[in-house]
Design a protein around this ligand. Structure first.
Ligand code: GAR
Length: 195
């Protein structure tokens, strides 16, 4: 069987990308083929290079007004797109071409704290300000709206009143690092079995 090919999209530090790269290094059935970023100085790019994974940087024009990114994914025979801290809305042509083949991780329990402007630290700030006693992560399919695709999995953690934004972010990252690679692996292996 040829390996299933994953493309990771990341805009920032890429600690999630790191865990995914680690999980699928030397995997029998799955490989990370590409890491793409909209930020040329994203640390996620360095992480990918350390695993000898090809990197691609693109700008707003290339993403929204040309087929550059889409063609790159098609030419590379990508089976699954994994958004890992990617902060731009995925354009409709990509959602249609990769229907049910794009997943995202969101650092809260959707449908709470999702939508435009709700990303990264903004999410943890809103959770803190609302005095929530729990938060968590949501892994979901991507459609043309922010954070609205069908939910694949959610994991929760308790919050203390004394937890500040940093502590909330830390707890959420622990869940992300533990579960995102595992959920990706299960999804890909399940789809392989069904084919
Ligand atoms: C993660 O917490 C991820 O859930 C969040 O950005 C962080 C990236 O961290 N994604 C979003 O907010 C998407 N709307 P990382 O660069 O260390 O993986």
């Amino acid at each position: 069987m040829t390996k299933k090919r994953i493309a990771i999209f990341a805009s920032g530090s890429g600690t999630n990308a790191q865990k995914i790269l680690e999980r699928f290094q030397n995997h029998a059935d799955i490989e990370i083929s590409l890491l793409l970023s909209n930020k040329k100085d994203a640390y996620a790019l360095e992480r990918a290079r350390a695993f000898n994974v090809r990197t691609v940087v693109f700008n707003r024009y290339e993403f929204y007004k040309s087929d550059f990114v889409l063609d790159t994914l098609i030419r590379d025979r990508i089976d699954l797109i994994v958004l890992a801290g990617f902060m731009w809305l995925v354009p409709t042509n990509m959602v249609e071409e990769f229907s049910n083949k794009i997943i995202n991780i969101h650092p809260a329990l959707l449908p709470k704290y999702g939508g435009k402007g709700m990303y990264g630290r903004h999410v943890h700030k809103a959770v803190k300000e609302s005095g929530e006693s729990e938060t968590g992560i949501t892994i979901h399919w991507v459609n043309e709206n922010y954070d609205e695709g069908d939910i694949i999995a959610q994991y929760r953690c308790e919050l203390q009143a004394s937890d500040d934004e940093d502590e909330i972010a830390r707890k959420v990252h622990v869940l992300e690092h533990k579960y995102y690679p595992e959920v990706i692996e299960n999804l890909v292996l399940k789809s392989t079995k069904n084919n």
